[in-house]
Design a protein around this ligand. Structure first.
Ligand code: EPU
Length: 435
């Protein structure tokens, strides 16, 4: 449980420029990839988010050095890494399970603690375990963590039951040094995954991206260090565009290419947003107000699940009834409570509303939201349970009547790069307070 809090007062339209750095969900995976090289790798445009520091600490425990020089991380792998990530990292983030295959290939054995991250569903790791087992690992999972041994992993066919981002990354990071060819079918193809594949290719890996969500990896004996500059975070970019739209202002976002935001831009455009898109920056405004929409989240290139929290706040200020159907995580609406406390009129349903039936139809999971707009928002004291909840509560609070206090904002800082300074720079009246 965190202890830091922010006070937010209404401040009118947010305007100005925000530059986003590389994405949280790419940087940590690149750091794990860098473990596999014989020689240091540099990762430029690295965001200053808590997840990077947690991952750096884990890499150091297995013997890598990780240093930051401005926005650049330098990861120098250990010649013979220790096979164990200490149990004290249990639940800190999603990365330990991604280190399992790499440690097996480098040392023949591995122990990693159980993964954590935001509580947005059970978030099982069965796809990771099944794939590594098929690649020759002997794995036991108990309440203490995951123990594994393997002389060297070997290539195989991995048919993912769902295009999981983490499991695709796990297999890629394991297969690059495995013996022979690995074929992943039904792979996730999020931009952050393609970015990781390109980095591994720079390190000397044999990777082919095939049509129909297939990734072919030919294992090699050794990889070398490489240099890269991370592409801009599409979650942050979207969040700041919405912050401008929601407050009747206009935020110009630099550092995130249009091709990472195609579906987000189109969704906001159908709600009435007008865009100015240049190679260097993208901005959105809604001089004629916003209309309601029906949106469902999906794997790439669909509307991503990490965009839905700011979108729901925006829907609460659009004219009419909107629907948001979450199809990636079964429990991604826990944050709605915080928005309801701030006055957003949102109701949750277990049915698949606003799209085709998803994996969660006929379950009790509340995974569809109906939003009434415009809702009148009022200041409140709200707890921030996870990173994306944090941002949506902040922007909702900034258009509420009266003062709000957001408690436990550490989880927001785990995923957003220097959010306080950025929000203040576009005009938000937000101040850190003792809680
Ligand atoms: N799944 C399984 N078994 C597995 C793995 C996944 O059933 O072994 C299921 C999950 O329960 C979920 C679905 O597959 O229903 C998709 O999960 P996925 O593995 O794709 O998600 P993840 O890798 O755990 C990453 C991001 C999330 C982002 C999702 C989807 C990181 C560290 N996290 O999670 O980001 O929402 O992909 O794009 O990369 C965030 O940044 O706020 C965040 C939660």
């Amino acid at each position: 449980m965190g202890t830091r809090a922010w006070r937010i007062d209404p401040a009118g339209p947010l305007r100005g420029d925000v530059t986003v750095r590389g994405s949280k969900n790419a940087v940590t995976k690149h750091m794990v990839a860098a473990m596999l090289g014989r020689g240091p790798s540099t990762i430029a445009n690295a965001p200053r988010v808590g997840d990077v520091e947690i991952t750096a600490q884990m890499l150091r425990t297995v013997g890598c050095s990780v240093d930051r020089d401005g926005d650049t991380l330098v990861v120098d792998p250990a010649a013979t890494p220790a096979p164990t990530v200490p149990q004290s990292f249990t639940g800190r983030n999603r990365i330990p399970v991604l280190m399992l295959g790499p440690l097996l290939n480098l040392t023949g054995e591995a122990f990693v603690p159980l993964v954590g991250g935001d509580q947005i569903g059970p978030r099982p790791i069965d796809f990771h375990i099944q794939a590594l087992t098929a690649m020759g690992a002997q794995i036991t999972v108990d309440e203490g963590g995951i123990h594994a041994t393997a002389r060297r992993l070997h290539g195989t066919r991995v048919a993912l039951p769902y295009p999981s981002v983490g499991a695709t990354e796990s297999v890629m990071l394991s297969a690059v040094l495995a013996e022979g060819r690995t074929v992943i079918t039904n792979a996730a193809i999020e931009p952050e995954i393609l970015e990781l594949a390109l980095f591994l290719q720079r390190m000397g890996a044999g990777i082919q991206l095939q049509p129909d969500r297939r990734i072919l990896i030919d294992g090699v004996e050794r990889l070398h260090g490489a240099r890269t500059r991370l592409a801009g975070d599409r979650l942050e970019a979207f969040s700041y565009l919405v912050a401008g739209l929601l407050t009747g202002g206009q935020v110009r976002v630099h550092g995130c290419a249009q091709d990472r935001l195609v579906t987000a831009i189109e969704t906001l455009r159908t709600m009435g947003a007008r865009f100015e898109i240049e190679d260097e920056h993208i901005s959105a405004s809604a001089p004629d107000g916003l209309r309601s929409a029906a949106v469902h989240t999906d794997t790439h290139p669909g509307f991503m699940t990490d965009w839905q929290q700011p979108l729901l706040v925006l829907m609460s200020q659009a004219r009419g009834l909107s629907v948001l159907h979450e199809t990636v995580f079964e429990n991604r609406f826990a944050y709605v409570r915080a928005l309801q406390q701030l006055g957003c009129e949102i109701e949750l349903f277990p049915m698949c509303l606003g799209g085709n039936a998803c994996r969660f139809h006929d379950t009790n999971h509340l995974h569809s939201a109906v939003v009434h707009g415009p809702s009148k928002l009022v200041g409140a004291e709200v707890h921030v349970p996870d990173v994306r909840t944090g941002f949506s509560s902040v922007i909702a609070a900034s258009i509420a009547d009266g003062q709000s206090v957001l408690l436990d904002v550490e989880s927001l800082e785990r995923g957003y790069d220097e959010p306080l300074a950025r929000l203040q720079s576009i005009g938000m009246a937000i101040t850190p307070v003792e809680s």
